[in-house]
Write a protein that binds this ligand. Structure first.
Ligand code: SAH
Length: 351
């Protein structure tokens, strides 16, 4: 059995050849998957029963199962997905006025080791396949009401997306194709710890995705402590690659900055950040830390957050403070997978 979603065109072509299937059938199957949000072969009611049975016999639609489905009062929904070969990943649906954003994972665990993050606490197990990434898109679409439409994608779940570009790019292609999810490149953001080689590769692909770089510190000395992989790379290298990405795509860059109490949240850090980013076509996205059980890091006080923001704004940077969503369901990276006691906060919809 092959997992259809690993390469939809190829698997449907091969199936069509084996069964002398006319071209419009392939189109219908794609429509069922992406537009009509079918949850199984059986639901594809304009295909004959026999065809559905043959499809079910030869092509697996879902390679994973939804282990837990939770919903917060602000409309955020989160899926804990159990993978066939073991391991779990998370993906999230965020609702914000007319926006429907899905946040997906690219790896089981993460190898980057950012000290404050729950996803990397046990390192990385493996890369997800293209099919496992597309499966997150489709499973999250099933959470939507019929009148809702998915509008944005952020690749900000578990894992380092630029360490798994080979699987991610074909998945995002399905997201942008008119006969896929039909989401524009500009509404897709890839968030990275900052891997210069892969940033350059992405620039060459001319894909027009938005790039977000997790900076978290204005200088190498501090960044090495918060983002250990930085010791092998350095901020200068990352900035040079980011500038190339901007030159190639003309997409405004986003820099993410997780605000950690007493570590990177002082006005002097903000001043240095202004010096680093000033003059770039960039936005700084400040994320007050979402505490992770067992880790010593804290969310800065409101006063500290405000003071930090003021320095950035007075320095002329385009600043956004990320609105926290889905706190109660541990919607930040890798948190649900680790939580057991957190279960009382969850509205259990499935098990
Ligand atoms: N590996 C990618 C994707 C990580 S998740 C990257 O490094 O960008 C997306 C963002 O959420 C990153 O900026 C990450 O540092 C941040 N993040 C992770 N855990 C967090 C937490 N507990 N609170 C706030 N932000 C967090």
């Amino acid at each position: 059995m092959s997992h259809l979603l690993t390469n939809i065109d190829q698997h449907l072509d091969e199936f069509a050849a084996r069964h002398s299937l006319p071209g419009y059938r392939r189109k219908q199957i794609r429509q069922w998957l992406f537009e009509k949000r079918a949850e199984g072969w059986d639901a594809m009611s304009n295909l004959s029963k026999q065809l559905r049975a043959e499809l079910a016999e030869e092509l697996t639609l879902w390679a994973a199962r939804v282990d837990r489905h939770s919903e917060a009062s602000d409309g955020t929904e989160k899926l804990l997905v159990g993978l066939e070969q073991g391991g779990q990943i998370e993906c999230v649906l965020l609702r914000d006025e007319h926006r429907r954003t899905m946040c997906v994972s690219t790896q089981v665990g993460c190898g980057m080791g950012c000290v404050f993050c729950a996803s990397g606490l046990d390192g990385v197990d493996r890369n997800l396949t293209t099919g496992e990434i597309i499966e997150q898109f489709l499973r999250l679409q099933h959470c939507l009401a019929p009148e809702e439409r998915m509008s944005h994608i952020v690749v900000m779940g578990m894992g380092e997306p630029l360490a798994n570009l080979d699987a991610l790019l074909p998945a995002l292609q399905e997201a942008t194709r008119p006969d896929g999810l039909g989401i524009s490149h500009r509404r897709i953001t890839i968030s990275t710890v900052g891997l210069p080689k892969s940033i350059r590769r992405l620039a060459k692909e001319e894909t027009q995705y938005r790039l977000a770089i997790s900076l978290h510190a204005p200088d190498d000395e501090l960044r090495n402590r918060i983002v250990p992989t930085n010791a092998k790379i350095g901020i200068d290298e990352i900035m040079a690659a980011a500038d190339e990405y901007y030159e190639a795509t003309r997409r405004r860059l986003t820099f993410e900055y997780v605000l950690l109490a007493d570590l990177n949240d002082q006005p002097e850090h903000a001043h240095r950040l202004v010096r680093l980013l000033r003059g770039r076509e960039a936005m700084i996205n400040v994320i007050p830390y979402n505490p992770v059980a067992g880790l010593p890091y804290q969310t800065p006080s409101m006063e500290a957050q405000k003071a930090f923001r003021t320095v950035l704004e007075q320095g002329g940077l385009a600043v956004r403070f990320r609105h926290r969503k889905g706190d109660k369901i541990n919607a930040a990276c890798g948190q649900l997978r680790r939580s057991q006691a957190g279960a009382q906060d969850l509205v259990q919809l499935e098990s």
